[in-house]
Design a protein around this ligand. Structure first.
Ligand code: NAP
Length: 329
């Protein structure tokens, strides 16, 4: 019998931007051992998705064409593969699909049980789908690399979050405020009120001279910088850092890696740490729990039906989203 088909959006070569995406009918994928078939309710687009398409991340994440992009999904379990223990048919979940397989721009996708967590009714599919790459990166940057404890027991830490209005930045601001943290944030003028309302103590417009210089309005020196904007030279960060200040760079370019090495070999107290997300289900579960408790919000920039996925793609490439871009089948 012929396989059942599903609507998906894929590309079959590097480059081409949104116009390179094609609407296709493909067989519904089958889950293998430890995998689930999800009927998707929402998928979020991340810059990594179109950076892979552009070929910018070829050495890290090689692509086997044709490729259905996107990893961040929420949906309902429709088939459980052999050996699956935690989930059953009908469960609502949030999942980060395997970055080496993609599959999120579709009506159905296969996820690994290992990177899937339950989604309670209080968390909508769109709110859940926003979390994986952006929320996990914000959490990892703050806690694992930044050493910040997300309760009020740690010492007061001054942090700067750049591009605080983006997918990662908006989660980072809210998560940071769960800790004993003074948050300075940069974003465009139109988003200053939003970022303040989500908890930032001071917000600077990145297009002003003060914003470009990353200067704290109250003359604070930063213990930690969560850098989510495009690359900024070390000479701009350096004068704003406290004696042991650390820049956690989620958008490292070649000069960041060079600076990181130089700081290490010279035993500098001020450091630059380029990072890459290593996703963990326990962290995703924690984030879903925070959304459920009303302690963390997914700010949604815009929603598109799967039939207009190329508009969502173009919006992300444009680089001016406020929060998450969601595609709904
Ligand atoms: N290392 C990792 O594992 C990892 C993981 C996740 C993301 N990332 C990377 O992190 C970056 C941010 O991701 P994202 O999802 O947050 O992106 P995003 O949602 O596309 O960010 C867009 C936002 O950034 C703001 N922005 C742009 N340039 C800025 C600047 N110079 N200063 C302040 N704000 C600025 C924009 O504000 P305006 O509209 O006002 O310009 C917009 O609101 C991307 O490059 C992504 O690839 C890396």
């Amino acid at each position: 019998m012929a396989d059942k088909l599903t609507h998906a959006v894929q590309y079959d070569s590097y480059g081409g931007g949104a116009a390179g995406l094609k609407h296709v009918e493909v067989p519904i994928p089958k889950p293998s051992k430890g995998e689930l078939l999800l009927k998707l309710e929402a998928t979020s687009i991340n810059p990594v998705d179109w950076k892979m398409h552009k070929g910018m991340l070829r050495p890290l994440f090689p692509i086997k064409f044709p490729w259905i992009p996107a990893t961040d999904v929420a949906g309902e379990v429709t088939v459980v593969g052999p050996g699956v223990k935690k989930f059953k048919v009908g469960d609502k979940v949030v999942s980060m699909l395997d970055i080496f397989k993609g599959g999120g721009l579709s009506e159905y996708a296969v996820s690994s049980e290992k990177l899937t967590v339950s989604r309670p009714p209080e968390v909508s599919a769109a709110e859940g789908a926003g979390l994986p790459v952006a929320g996990l990166t914000a959490l990892q940057a703050l806690t694992y690399h930044g050493g910040i404890t997300l309760d009020k027991t740690g010492p007061t830490t001054n942090i700067l979050i750049t591009a605080a209005s983006g997918g990662v930045g908006l989660y980072a601001v809210q998560l940071a405020k769960l800790g004993n943290v003074h948050v300075t944030a940069t974003c465009g003028a139109r988003n200053i009120d939003l970022v303040k309302n989500l908890g930032a103590d001071e917000v600077i417009d990145y297009k002003t001279p003060q914003g470009a210089a990353l200067k704290s309005p109250s003359d604070k020196k930063y213990d930690v910088v969560i850098h989510c904007a495009t690359p900024i030279p070390w000479s701009t960060f350096e004068p704003n850092l406290g004696p042991n200040g650390k820049v956690i760079d989620i958008t490292p370019g070649p000069s960041s890696f060079w600076t990181a090495v130089v700081k290490k070999v010279t035993c500098s107290k001020k450091k630059l740490v380029p990072i890459l997300l290593f996703p963990q289900a326990k962290n995703l579960d924690y984030l879903v729990g925070l959304v459920k408790e009303g302690k963390l919000k997914t700010i949604i920039d815009s929603k598109y039906p799967l039939s207009k996925a190329e508009e969502a793609w173009a919006k992300s490439i444009d680089g001016h989203a406020t929060g998450k871009i969601i595609v709904e089948p």
